[in-house]
Design a protein around this ligand. Structure first.
Ligand code: NAP
Length: 475
């Protein structure tokens, strides 16, 4: 307990400093069982779980306004400037497409959209504004979008995902820099809302994901109006007298510089952990010097006893909300002695909410090949046409399923990939089968629900190796 007092002292200093700055405070008498620093999805899940288990808990939350001055309340990135507003904007964009489809189905509908997303987020802030009452300390402060350090004009003239959902006016013609989740999702809904949108890709889209699937996602986006600037890196951003932003970039294939003007430039080049302002090194908490993330053990322990860290600030952890929530709950249960169960970070399912959604669990084809060898895996695949695309005369050529399995035995599934409508809903169900060790035989034995897109997964039977045409033609 001696170490705990010492640590407490440092954290008290931290709290006093923050109180002195007049930003926020919690009186630090330290008669709490648990203090959670960070009121995002993970921090709140951990604190609520601990409180429900009879612990006295305090949550400390503070949001530094973005460079552009955007501020929000408790609830963290996911609720305020991440998953929730993103999914609502994605839905708004999908509804735009549905309105077009509706005409093919015989409907005649007038169109519009507005403040409903922000109002919903504000209601979530208030729903979470519960001051919970703190001996162990948990750090769950997440991350914030990065700005480039070497591009003149970037910080002054651009925005990030911290701002995009709270803009008072349309961003207009937008350049989105980056090609992973955040970039493609933002570019997808901006295009869907009718804006001229360009994505600047430095290397490949959705690096780390199955690259065939990533290609389908970006091909679909291109077909539906998003522009792509491939293999390009921004050089500078300048504000013109007309108010437009002139962006100069280098095409890495030709080495030539190019220019265009935009109303908004959105950087989506990754997220930096919120560890800098916490004085963690003073306390003795070890960080990865390169990433700035906290080094954590399998039980979320840091290098200092009684201080734990989880979620996006944990080194090597997936930056995903539901993962942080689950890890936080499990940590609370362990801290209260209710359980010794550790978080299993392997094979977490995820979905990219691009105009054509992409859901996956497990290994990409590339990763399966590199881990098991090309000859030891079998890849089953199928193109399918969602029923809802037919009357609407929508192109279904990017709707595709890939099941990567071991080649021998029962063919244990190593990775499952799906592009198409409601990919998140589809993938969630199959993720449980995957967690239970599903094999290709299990998949074949599963009877489909007709007519759905998810049933297409139960029908996949053509292997890539066979060379047969994987286009599904009917029931
Ligand atoms: P990310 O996954 O770290 O990807 C960063 C992207 O920016 C990459 O495409 C990278 O290109 C590019 N990039 C990095 N530095 C650059 C530079 N200086 N100039 C140009 N391009 C640059 O970041 P993210 O998309 O912001 O996502 C952050 C985290 O949020 C992810 O780990 C994800 O787990 C989470 N997230 C999840 C969801 C979801 O579950 N649906 C949605 C959004 C975010 P290279 O490939 O060339 O490095």
């Amino acid at each position: 307990m001696h170490t705990f007092s010492c640590v407490s002292y440092c954290i008290i200093s931290l709290i006093l400093e923050i109180k002195w700055q007049g930003v926020w405070f919690v009186t630090g008498t330290f008669d709490y069982d648990l203090v959670v620093i960070g009121g995002g999805s993970g921090g709140l899940a951990c604190s609520k779980e601990a409180a429900q288990l009879g612990q006295k808990v305090a949550v400390l939350d503070y949001v530094e306004p973005s460079v552009k001055g955007t501020k929000w309340g408790i609830g963290g990135t996911c609720v305020n400037v991440g998953c929730i507003p993103k999914k609502l904007m994605h839905q708004a964009a999908l509804l735009g497409t549905a309105l077009k489809d509706a005409q093919k189905y015989g409907w005649q509908v007038p169109g519009t959209m507005a403040e409903a997303v922000q109002n919903h987020i504000r209601s979530l802030n208030w729903g979470h504004r519960t001051t919970l009452t703190a001996k162990n300390i948990v750090i769950a402060t997440g991350g914030r979008p990065k700005y480039p350090t070497h591009v003149p004009g970037a910080i002054e003239h651009s925005i990030t995902s911290d701002d995009i959902f709270w803009l008072k006016e349309s961003p207009g013609k937008t350049l989105v820099v980056g090609a992973s989740y955040v970039a493609l999702e933002c570019a997808g809904f901006l295009t869907g809302l009718g804006l001229d949108t360009t994505v600047m890709v430095r290397s490949v889209p959705l690096r780390g994901f199955d690259q065939q699937m990533a290609g389908l996602v970006t091909d679909y986006m291109e077909a539906y109006g998003t522009k792509f600037c491939w293999k390009s890196v921004p050089k500078r951003v300048a504000k013109l007298s007309c108010g437009k932003l002139q962006v100069t970039w280098t095409d890495r294939q030709t080495g030539q510089d190019q220019q265009d003007s935009f109303d908004s430039v959105l950087w989506a080049i990754g997220r930096a952990p919120e560890t800098k302002t916490l004085n963690l090194e003073k306390v003795g908490i070890k960080l990865n010097k390169e990433s700035g993330k906290i080094l954590v053990g399998a039980d979320e322990s840091t290098s200092v006893p009684n201080i734990y860290a989880f979620g996006d600030i944990g080194e090597g952890r997936p930056e995903l909300t539901p993962t942080a929530i689950k890890a936080g709950k499990l940590l609370a249960r362990r801290l209260t002695g209710q359980s010794s169960e550790l978080m299993n970070y392997d094979n977490v399912a995820t979905t990219v909410f691009t105009p054509l959604e992409y859901g996956c669990v497990g290994l990409s084809e590339e990763e399966a090949e590199s881990r098991h060898g090309k000859d030891s895996i079998e890849v089953y695949h199928a193109f399918y046409k969602p029923l809802e695309f037919t009357v609407a005369e929508r192109d279904g050529s990017h709707c595709y399923i890939k099941v990567v399995c071991e080649r021998g035995g029962d063919q244990r599934i190593l990775g499952l990939h799906f592009t198409g409508p409601n990919a998140g809903e589809v993938t969630q169900g199959f993720a449980m089968g995957f967690r239970c060790g599903a094999t290709m035989n299990h998949l074949k034995e599963t009877v489909g629900i007709h007519p759905t897109c998810a049933e297409e997964l139960t029908k996949v039977n053509i292997s890539k190796r066979s060379g047969l045409d994987p286009t599904v033609t009917g029931c």
